[in-house]
Design a protein around this ligand. Structure first.
Ligand SMILES: [Zn+2]
Length: 486
């Protein structure tokens, strides 16, 4: 069989201070067929590499089109989104006829003039391949599912774990279902039920763990093909924003609807208990400093670039310096200008520097410090959480001020792994306290050796209180903005 594979991912944050255009994708690396065969550019395929490997394993013919990813930020410039979309469609047109299509997208991408990029791409792909060619769509669980996605895809699944460590398994499952559909062995019937809530649900801990495990059991029941918890992406302001459940059965739509409905009610019941305990800046530092041995990780959730924040906020760092916290590290502070100045000053130089606080009120005030440039690296990387491939951090500069080492970098990205620090020259485990500008994705790489993890919910773009966000398009009622029952 012949399959067409493409990848386009952007988690759009309507409240981010950062615009999105084509260079936002190019910075991370875009694959296009014109570059040459996919096997020579596996790193550029990103998550689509899992589909590609499945195709090879099945002995299928795989044509890979555009593979592009940008860090979360504002809706994409319309002209550049249309170009990305047309690159996906051009690749498909050139590959036609195909027996199946496999798309990996984020599920909450918006562009100027389009609040459902996934649905828009799917609708055009469907129009091109016709009603009989199965289309599989793999999403991030932070997806805001739309009717257009459900109407135009044959099979939709999202990753199950947050942190997202399970994309390869989910890609395999989507591939199997799509291949079985193409071969006429199954007839997927898909239903979606909205769970009207805005939240972040970490799946490592109860009660979410139990629900995720139960969903996996449901999937193994006869006649059930897939069940997905769509957590929603609360910082995207669209009519589709919010959580929900997708259920797929074999040719039994009433059962798919019933299953999606009952699991959506169970998911909704966890809207409060499913959230982690969050502390303000001062309380988070109190909690971290209580520990006398080992390395305590403080998650600076509000400034997570992986959700659309600038990653240059100073609220936590300023409080640390004011309290005289020493033997600490902070990363990754996105400050390309300060990195450039540190490079110009050279390793070992001690200079006055103005760092962070540049992107707007959600970044706090810039910090004026006297800093010593400790380490400069021309191309630091870390293993990506989804596929373990090398994720570029750009140039990094580690500066030290008052006993705090600050890892600054050029390519905005959250630390997934201790190597984000090591690659820049800092051993995080030699520190008493390490601040990671991440919500939960750091967890997979740091939890095992951390003496404790403290979740800090300070001021910032990704502050957890949905009631403070100036939503204009979210469908009401929705928890916690409204009192709502399901
Ligand atoms: Zn996600």
């Amino acid at each position: 069989m012949k399959c067409y594979i493409a990848f386009l991912a952007h988690e759009t944050n309507s409240f981010s201070p950062i615009p999105t255009d084509r260079p936002s994708f190019d910075e991370i690396g875009v694959y296009l067929p014109a570059l040459g065969p996919p096997e020579e550019h596996l790193d550029l395929l990103k998550g689509a590499v899992d589909f590609y490997r499945e195709a090879l394993r099945h002995g299928d013919e795989a044509v890979v089109g555009l593979c592009a990813l940008a860090q979360p930020s504002l809706p994409c410039l319309e002209r550049d989104y249309v170009q990305l979309r047309e690159e996906i469609l051009d690749g498909l047109r050139a590959a036609m006829p195909v027996d199946m299509v496999l798309l990996m997208m984020h599920g909450s991408m918006m562009a100027q003039g389009c609040d459902d990029c996934e649905g828009d791409v799917l609708e055009r792909v469907r129009a091109m391949v016709g009603p009989r060619v199965p289309i599989g769509l793999l999403l991030d669980l932070h997806c805001n599912v739309t009717a257009k996605m459900i109407a135009n895809a044959t099979v939709i699944k999202a990753c199950r774990e947050y942190p997202h460590t399970d994309f390869p398994e989910r890609a395999r499952e989507v591939y199997e279902l799509v291949a079985a559909t193409a071969a006429g062995r199954i007839r997927p019937a898909m239903a979606f039920r909205r769970a009207p809530m805005l939240g972040l649900f970490q799946t490592q801990r109860e009660p979410m763990r139990g629900l995720v495990d139960r969903v996996a059991q449901e999937e193994r029941k006869p006649g059930v093909l897939a069940v997905t918890l769509a957590h929603g992406f609360p910082w995207g302001d669209s009519a589709h924003t919010g959580a929900g459940v997708i259920a797929i059965t074999n040719d039994d739509e009433p059962r798919a609807r019933e299953l999606a409905g009952s699991i959506a009610r169970d998911f909704f019941a966890l809207r409060e208990s499913g959230q982690v305990t969050l502390l303000g800046v001062s309380a988070a530092l109190d909690a971290a400093l209580e520990h006398r041995s080992g390395t305590v990780i403080v998650a600076d959730m509000s400034d997570n670039p992986g959700g659309g924040a600038a990653s240059d906020s100073t609220f936590l760092l300023r409080a640390m310096l004011e309290r005289g916290v020493r033997d600490a590290a902070v990363g990754l502070l996105w400050d390309p200008l300060a990195v450039r100045l540190a490079f110009a000053a050279g390793e070992g130089a001690t200079i006055p520097m103005r760092i962070g606080g540049k992107l707007g009120p959600m970044s706090g005030e810039p910090l004026d410090v006297v800093a010593t440039v400790r380490h400069l690296r021309s191309s630091a990387t870390q293993p990506h959480i989804a596929d373990g491939g090398a994720a570029a951090l750009g140039r990094t500069a580690v500066i030290e001020t008052q006993g705090v080492e600050i890892v600054m970098n050029e390519i905005r990205q959250q630390p997934f792994h201790p190597d984000a620090f090591r690659s820049a020259g800092v051993d995080p485990w030699s520190k008493r306290l390490v601040v990671v500008k991440s919500s939960f994705h750091f967890y997979a790489g740091f939890a095992e050796r951390a003496a404790a993890i403290v979740y800090c919910d300070g001021p910032g773009t990704l502050n957890s209180d949905a009631r403070t966000r100036p939503y204009r398009h979210v469908e009401r009622p929705i928890w916690p903005l409204d009192d709502v029952a399901l």
